[in-house]
Design a protein around this ligand. Structure first.
Ligand SMILES: Cc1cc2nc3c(=O)[nH]c(=O)nc-3n(C[C@H](O)[C@H](O)[C@H](O)COP(=O)(O)OP(=O)(O)OC[C@H]3O[C@@H](n4cnc5c(N)ncnc54)[C@H](O)[C@@H]3O)c2cc1C
Length: 248
C-alpha cells in the first residue's frame, strides 16, 4: 500500500494510486485505506480509512481492461493532492487496520459463498452434458475415468457446502473465527478451479468452441480470479499456517 493520508489542519490530503478496485471506475464514493502518521505498530505504518467522493478535485478514475469477470467494472483510482475534510475520516486516525480486519473475514466468507455457488452451477451443467454425450459404450458417465473425476469433485463440493453453511450462523451469532473464512475461501476456490478445468476437458473440442466452449472457457478464466481477489490462496495459506503456529 503506497497511498498516504496526511493531516493538514482540518483536512486530509490523499496521494497515491489504488489499482484493481471493484466498481472503481464508476463509483461515486469510495473508502480509501491509506498510510497515516498515527497508529503504527512496530515497523508497520498506521492505516486510516477515508470516505472520498470521487468528484473531488485530485481524483482520477480509469477502467482496467481484463479477460476474466468481463461484467465486473475493475478500475484504477489515483489521488493527487486530493483534499477531503477531516469529518470524512471513518473512525479514529490510524485505526484502519483494526477496522479492516474486523470485516475482512466476512468479506472472505461472502467470496467463498460466491465460489461455492459457481462451482455447484458448473458441476450441475457438466454432469448434464456428460450424461448427454453418447459414446459407443453409452454416455460419458458410463466410463470410469470421467465418472471418478466427477465423483471426486462432487464430493469436494458437498464437503465445502457443508463447511460454508456452518460458517454462516457463526457470523450471524457474532462468534465467527476469521481463520474459518480463510479455509472456506481457500477450499471453495480450489474446487471451483478444478471443476472449471474439468468442464473444459470433458467437453472435448466443445470445451473451447461453440456456445458450450465460450461458457466453459469464460468459467475457467473467471474461476482464476476467485483465488486472487480478497486475499490470494498463498496469503490465505500463510494466515492459516501462522494461526496454527500461534495455537489460535
Ligand atoms: C477482479 C479483481 C477485483 C479486485 N477488487 C478489489 C477491490 O475492490 N479492492 C481492493 O482493495 N482490491 C481488489 N483487488 C485486488 C486484489 O485484492 C489483489 O489483486 C490481490 O490481493 C493480489 O495482489 P496482487 O494482484 O498485487 O498480486 P501480488 O501480491 O503481486 O501476488 C502475485 C503472486 O505472488 C504471491 N504472493 C505475494 N505475496 C506473497 C507472500 N507474502 N507470500 C506468498 N506468496 C505471495 C501471490 O499469492 C500471487 O500468487 C481486485 C483484484 C481483481 C483481480
Amino acid at each position: 500500500m503506497t497511498t498516504t493520508a496526511e493531516m493538514r489542519g482540518d483536512s486530509l490530503v490523499l496521494n497515491g494510486t489504488k489499482t484493481h478496485i471493484s466498481n472503481g471506475s464508476e463509483a461515486d464514493v469510495v473508502i480509501v485505506a491509506a498510510k497515516s502518521a498515527r497508529g503504527s505498530i512496530g515497523d508497520q505504518p498506521g492505516l486510516s480509512l477515508v470516505l472520498v467522493e470521487t468528484e473531488r478535485p485530485g481524483v482520477t478514475q480509469a477502467a482496467i481492461e481484463k479477460t476474466g469477470m468481463a461484467a465486473l467494472d475493475t478500475g484504477r483510482i489515483t489521488f493527487d493532492d486530493c483534499v477531503v475534510p477531516q469529518s470524512n475520516l471513518l473512525g479514529a486516525e490510524g485505526m484502519g487496520f483494526v477496522y479492516l480486519m474486523s470485516f475482512l473475514g466476512v468479506e472472505r466468507l461472502v467470496l467463498a459463498i460466491y465460489a461455492q455457488a459457481c462451482a455447484e452451477r458448473i458441476l450441475a451443467e457438466l454432469i448434464r452434458d456428460c450424461d448427454a454425450r453418447q459414446t459407443p459404450e453409452g454416455s460419458l458417465l458410463a466410463h470410469q475415468s470421467p465418472r471418478f473425476s466427477l465423483a471426486e469433485l462432487y464430493s469436494e463440493c458437498a464437503v465445502n457446502r457443508s463447511f460454508v453453511d456452518q460458517c454462516i450462523p457463526q457470523v450471524q451469532e457474532g462468534r465467527f473465527d476469521p481463520k474459518q473464512a480463510c479455509i472456506a475461501k481457500l477450499r471453495t476456490t480450489a474446487t471451483l478451479k478444478a471443476l472449471a478445468s474439468l468442464a473444459v476437458q470433458l467437453r472435448g473440442a466443445g470445451g473451447i468452441s461453440g456456445d458450450s466452449g465460450a461458457r466453459a472457457s469464460q468459467d475457467l478464466l473467471d474461476a482464476s480470479v476467485q483465488s486472487i481477489w480478497g486475499g490470494t490462496s498463498e496469503i490465505l495459506l500463510d494466515l492459516i499456517g501462522r494461526s496454527m503456529a500461534s495455537g489460535l
